[in-house]
Design a protein around this ligand. Structure first.
Ligand code: PMP
Length: 409
């Protein structure tokens, strides 16, 4: 008989699809969490930006509590009193940043579902509005992408761990190098219905494209009648110092996917927001979700939109982001880090594996940080990503960066 590798550890009934840091958390408030033994940590991962407003933000918790006592789930078979207000609020916040200022909003739950929804809408629009021959639609995507874990989405991943073993794969995607607008333009042909990109590649280690990239992609999409779909599940909702990362380059996508922070770290909430002629192709019976747009999601999502509507948190991400950038640049100048990439309050740090005494991998740096009361997570070997809550105090940010400097020494 063949040996079956199960990856099972004797002590756990959990499937082994994660390799978490050895810490068991019990409570959280703002930027701080406490483990089951009472040790406190500053959370610089913030659930991959799902906790942009920190743990248990009072306004979000209040909205959730209030709704919990009224109505939690209807399914979309019926309406509820927060569904239209939620859609309106998201449209008002995001619409002015899109190709169409009065967009439609399609609520889902997870980021991957929002991306799947955008892919389905783009394809159907391509067949119905653009006259692409049925079954032939193509979507141009970028190397190094991360858009989620469904079988269609991993079909166009170039990360072997994410993709290998999950075929047969969904056809219809063309991979081009990220940051290279001319390669992207060459990949567009008459079958192309959309370009799907992260304006900043988060999972790849906060990879920020050259300044002329997204504007050139926008221009090419407009010229060829192709949809620009921006996956802002991680980059959106304040992280980069603006409501959408695309704003940093003055680019207005046709569709945008939102997730993570839209649920305030309380419930999973995602959405596709965009052109009404495109989302309008998803008529009754063609797409849906039992939980999409549920009352709890809309209550928290409305409170999230309200928090973002003044622009204060976006400005705060810029101000604190400058602190983050200056201090990380100093660590590079001191030879303690190989490289950093930052935008807003978001950074990817590459460790210098060759430096004696320094951490050899991102994982080792994350473990050293854990021992010093800071939570962060490695990605792709040598990199760790920092994404503190946008609500972190200046003092706590400096404290975390002091501890980072110590962990690198
Ligand atoms: N898109 C992007 C850009 C992401 O970063 C992620 C999650 N890391 C997803 C989609 C998938 O989101 P979820 O895990 O909620 O499915």
């Amino acid at each position: 008989m063949d040996t079956v590798v199960t990856g099972r550890s004797a002590a756990s009934s959990l499937a082994p699809n994660y390799h978490p840091l050895p810490v068991t958390l019990a409570t959280g408030e703002g930027s701080w969490v406490t483990d089951v033994d009472g040790h406190r940590y500053l959370d610089l991962l913030a659930a991959y930006s799902a906790l942009n407003f920190g743990h248990r933000h009072p306004a979000l918790v209040a909205a959730a509590h209030h709704q919990l006592d009224r109505l939690t789930l209807t399914s979309r078979a019926f309406g509820h009193e927060l569904l239209e207000p939620f859609a309106r609020a998201v449209a008002d916040l995001i619409g002015p940043l899109l190709a169409e200022p009065d967009p439609l909003v399609l609520p889902m739950n997870t980021g991957a579902e929002a991306v799947e929804t955008a892919i389905k809408a783009a394809r159907k629009w391509g067949y119905e509005a653009r006259g692409v021959p049925d079954g032939r639609a193509t979507i141009v995507v970028a190397e190094g992408n991360f858009h989620g874990r469904t079988t269609t989405i991993v079909s166009f991943s170039d990360d072997p761990d994410a993709r290998r073993g999950f075929g047969p794969y969904t056809p219809g995607f063309r991979l081009v190098p990220y940051g290279d607008a001319s390669a992207l333009v060459e990949a567009i042909d008459d079958t192309t219905v959309a370009v799907l990109l992260e304006p900043v590649q988060g999972e790849q280690g906060v990879v920020v494209p050259p300044d002329d990239y997204l504007p050139a992609v926008r221009a090419a999409c407009t010229a060829r009648g192709v949809l620009l779909v921006a996956d802002e599940v991680q980059s959106g909702l304040g992280r980069t110092g603006s409501t959408l990362a695309c704003e940093r380059w003055g680019v207005r996508p046709d569709l945008v996917t939102l997730g993570k922070a839209l649920g305030g770290g309380i419930v999973p909430v995602s959405a596709v927001v965009g052109r009404s002629d495109v989302l309008g192709v998803l008529t009754a019976g063609t797409h849906g979700s039992t939980f999409g747009g549920n009352p709890m999601a809309c209550a928290v999502g409305l409170a999230v939109v309200e928090l973002l509507s003044t622009g204060d948190l976006q400005r705060r991400a810029l101000t604190l982001g400058q602190v983050l950038r200056d201090r990380l640049d100093a660590l590079v100048a001191d030879g303690l880090l190989a490289r950093v990439r930052t935008i807003g309050l978001w950074a990817g740090l590459d460790v210098d594996a060759s430096r004696a005494g320094g951490p050899a991998t991102g994982r080792e740096l994350a473990e050293r940080l854990l021992a010093r009361g800071v939570l962060a997570k490695d990605t792709h070997g040598a990199t760790i990503r920092l994404a503190p809550p946008l609500t972190i105090t200046d003092q706590d940010l400096h404290l975390a960066l002091d501890r980072l400097a110590d962990a690198l020494r």
